[in-house]
Write a protein that binds this ligand. Sequence first.
Ligand code: SF4
Ligand code: SF4
Length: 306
Amino acid sequence: MKPEDKLEDGLEDKIDELVERKGVTRRDFMKFCGLMAATLGLEASFIPKIAQAIASAPRPPIVWLQFAECTGCTEALLRTADPFIDDLLLDKVSAEYHETLMAAAGDAATACLDSAVSKYAGQFLCFVEGAIPTANGGVYGMIGGKTMLQVAREVLPKAKKVISIGTCASYGGLPAAAGGVTGAKGVKDATGISTINLPGCPPNAVNIAALIVNYLLNNQMPRTDRDGRPVFAYANKVHSQCPRRGTNWCLKGFGCKGPLAAHNCPSVKYNGGTSWCVQADAPCKNCTTPGFWDISAPFFDYSGSY
Ligand code: SF4
Ligand code: SF4
């Protein structure tokens, strides 16, 4: 029996409506559900459950804050070639506030944030993109007359869960690199609030989608490692999954940090599963680790030693 055959009654119409709207086939949708199962380390028997969760689970309210960042994390999610990943953010959750996506600006946007936080206090998932400047009271990052630090301190304690998207929000990233004067820190270090971290520069949209799917399935966050990273995506080193290991094409002599980096990029890849750093002949820069801008430099090392 195919996984599609195990769908519950009533789901067929919802899935048909979804695939028709996205201009893809039902097979594409089931393939995406299979990708989510594989990414989460679930057996194929979970595929119908994932299909059901995506098609019909209650939509959790989401507030998406953007602090000191380049919007690359949002772009990575929205520009993905997979038609179902942006759908997860735009349709399968209730994005109550997202500065890049919402039409409102200025005072209207601030009012929208206040309203969402108050209406869904204790229920909303708060996704945070970007580091938080903390030096001199946080004056190096302002939104609507408040410091980013102040916004974070007001909003995050009211969230059900806080998810740091990308290395900047997780650990400070580029804004926290040596020589900076802003005192930028990751969300947990800046606020003391516990976070689920999805680091990567940028993070992989497949892993963000899998985190949302996991929540739709189980109404809880996935198991994490000591750096707050979901085990499903960060349990293994890049090097241990790399197809170039032990070959003449290994980039270790060019400064590759794959033996240090924890990420599932060799199997999930980027850009709809097209490629990833080493496949594109670029050494791994260990972008998922705290302090990577400083500890991984130089990113390219042609000395031949490691
Ligand atoms: S290219 Fe990098 S990740 Fe791949 S085997 Fe060599 S050192 Fe390891
Ligand atoms: S290969 Fe290394 S630098 Fe590239 S995305 Fe993966 S962990 Fe980051």
